[in-house]
Design a protein around this ligand. Structure first.
Ligand code: NAD
Length: 251
């Protein structure tokens, strides 16, 4: 089940957190991995070494996914050059710049929209033609429960993550006839560096709203990504899977 042997995947923001867990989980299932990172080459090299120790091929690719069309095209090209192809794209890179909306500045808005929505758009734009030519592909977008239910202090983040769901569904519709699926994962509160600095009161409030009542792990999310990447998920596209302890229950 969920065998990814011989497949190739590019994971943005793959040097830590959810991206790292997804990269390693894919490699455990047999895939070769391009690990995109923005700044921390040492962390990216560690992930590459971990994947190599599993007997899989891995390359680290520096690149800023928020830097627009050319930057994303260069990341995709490096992935294809490094692995021979990229059959699975995980748009995972993301940031937070939290602020109440009446105080939110231009930079906080632009950076979060540019990274969390612009990045996945330009990465998808860059990978679409190679995947269409191959007549196969999997695109997995990392949305968030915040994009489905809103979250005080995260107008920028929630808007970007909700926009990413619109991008997911449109990509799914446009590329379906070429054998390409596109789905989103919407994690709730997951223990990573991104959430480490949250005040205890905020974490308690969120877990209090979560039916399962605890913070999730990166492996909970990686398992969902492995499923979407697999052949078994061939008939699943345009979907949003909450990995969130039940905080959002969509129809
Ligand atoms: P993280 O901060 O630990 O990791 C994010 C990674 O993305 C980092 O390695 C960072 O360097 C990279 N990155 C950021 N901007 C980039 C850019 N412009 N170009 C390339 N790489 C870039 O965070 P995480 O918790 O692992 O989050 C991963 C994704 O999951 C994000 O999109 C985040 O919004 C989403 N998410 C996380 C949670 C959670 O609770 N941790 C919940 C919902 C959604």
């Amino acid at each position: 089940m969920f065998d990814l042997s011989g497949k190739t995947a590019l994971v943005t923001g793959g040097s830590r957190g959810l991206g790292r867990a997804i990269a390693v989980a894919f490699a455990r299932q047999g895939a070769d991995i391009a690990v995109n990172y923005r700044g921390n080459v040492q962390a990216a090299d560690e992930v590459v070494a971990e994947i190599a120790a599993l007997g899989r091929n891995a390359v680290a690719i520096q690149g800023d996914t928020s830097a627009g069309r050319e930057a994303c095209e260069a990341i995709v090209k490096a992935g294809i050059d490094g692995l021979g192809s990229v059959e699975i794209l995980v748009n995972n890179a993301g940031i937070t710049r939290d602020s109440l909306l009446v105080r939110m500045g231009v930079e906080e808005w632009d950076e979060v929209i540019g990274t969390n929505l612009g990045g996945p758009f330009w990465m998808t734009r860059a990978i679409a033609r190679p995947m269409m030519k191959a007549r196969r592909g999997r695109i997995i977008n990392m949305s968030s429960a915040a994009g489905r239910m809103g979250n005080p202090g995260q107008a920028n983040y929630a808007a970007a993550k909700a926009g990413l769901i619109g991008l997911t569904k449109t990509t799914a519709r446009e590329l379906a006839s070429r054998g390409i699926t596109c789905n989103a994962i919407a994690p709730g509160l997951i223990e990573t560096d991104l959430t480490a600095d949250l005040p205890a009161a905020a974490t308690d409030a969120l877990t209090g709203m979560t039916p399962l009542g605890y913070v999730g792990s990166v492996d909970d999310v990686a398992a969902a990504a492995v499923y979407f990447a697999s052949d078994e998920a061939r008939y699943v596209t345009g979907q949003v899977l909450g990995v969130d302890g039940g905080i959002v229950m969509g129809s």
